[in-house]
Design a protein around this ligand. Structure first.
Ligand code: PXP
Length: 275
């Protein structure tokens, strides 16, 4: 049987972060969404944070009109954001933990410890017809709790794996992801993955058959600074869709722009700089 085609969701929060640095009009996240779709993205992911530090309410309205693939809205399980989600009607919502002081989402959602709020939110979203995903660490009790809380899908937090990959010893973390993915699939959940993924560390994760979708933001926007957004999206979309067999000729003559060779990058295990 041919394995199912894996999907790339491009997280465009960092485009909004750049715009909010000047509180101006550019760069426009919806334009980035269109370019990402034309370059191979299967969906667009945005996180409407309670503090509105990057994506704004207006962005969601524009994206809803512009996006032709799928919108995945990352959100905290709060009344305000649930109300917004139910009126926006994205394809899916991914429930994530949120702390005001964090730089980015740190760790997965504690579904076990917050069953009531998560259950209530999942119920409201599902009733509206939205697919519900839960962003969790690769821990079997959290996978089981997500199923019990009504999730249609889990997104496995790959952050710890990515750190281990950078340190050159990722086998144990990879095994955890493999086990969580297999367990999730055995419970009938769709299995996604995200956080910290890039063109190099995604390679072993791509071998996990149960994982069907990847949500990736920071590494794509960081690569886009050097390559441009179309090439940065295409590069990782090709990897996900074809296992890396279709390299773009755009940077073949520029060794410093080959994946993992930009200024400041070093091979795994030799202290990849952290941004
Ligand atoms: N998935 C989820 C649930 C996230 O919260 C994030 C970060 O916003 C991502 C994926 C993307 O992570 P990164 O920007 O490190 O690729």
């Amino acid at each position: 049987m041919t394995p199912a085609r894996k999907r790339l969701g491009v997280n465009i929060d960092h485009v909004a972060t750049l715009r909010q640095a000047r509180r101006g009009q550019v760069p426009e996240p919806a334009a980035a969404a269109s370019i990402a779709e034309h370059s191979g993205a299967d969906g667009i992911t945005v996180h409407l944070r309670e503090d509105r530090r990057h994506i704004q309410d207006r962005d969601l309205e524009v994206l809803k009109r512009v996006v032709t693939t799928r919108i995945n809205l990352e959100m905290a399980a709060t009344d305000e954001i649930t109300r917004i989600a139910c009126s926006l009607m994205p394809h899916s919502c991914t429930l994530v933990p949120e702390k005001r002081e964090e730089i980015t989402t740190e760790g997965g959602l504690d579904v076990l410890g917050n069953r009531e709020a998560i259950n209530r939110t999942a119920e409201r979203l599902k009733k509206a017809g939205i697919v519900v995903s839960m962003f969790i660490d690769p821990e079997l009790p959290q996978v089981r709790a997500s199923r019990q809380a009504g999730a249609d899908a889990i997104e496995i937090h790959t952050g710890t794996f990515c750190e281990a990959f950078a340190a050159g010893k990722h086998e144990a973390e990879l095994a955890k992801i493999r086990a969580a993915a297999a367990f999730g699939a055995s419970l009938g959940l769709k299995v996604f993955a995200g956080h910290g993924l890039d063109v190099r560390n995604i390679v072993p994760i791509l071998e996990i058959a149960a994982i069907e979708e990847f949500n990736i933001g920071h590494s794509i926007i960081a690569r886009a600074v050097f390559l441009g957004l179309p090439a940065a999206v295409k590069e990782i979309a090709d990897l996900i869709h074809h296992g890396g067999g279709h390299s773009s000729p755009q940077w073949e003559d520029t060794p410093s722009l080959r994946p993992g060779s930009e200024p400041g990058m070093s091979p795994p295990g030799r202290g990849v700089p952290r941004g």
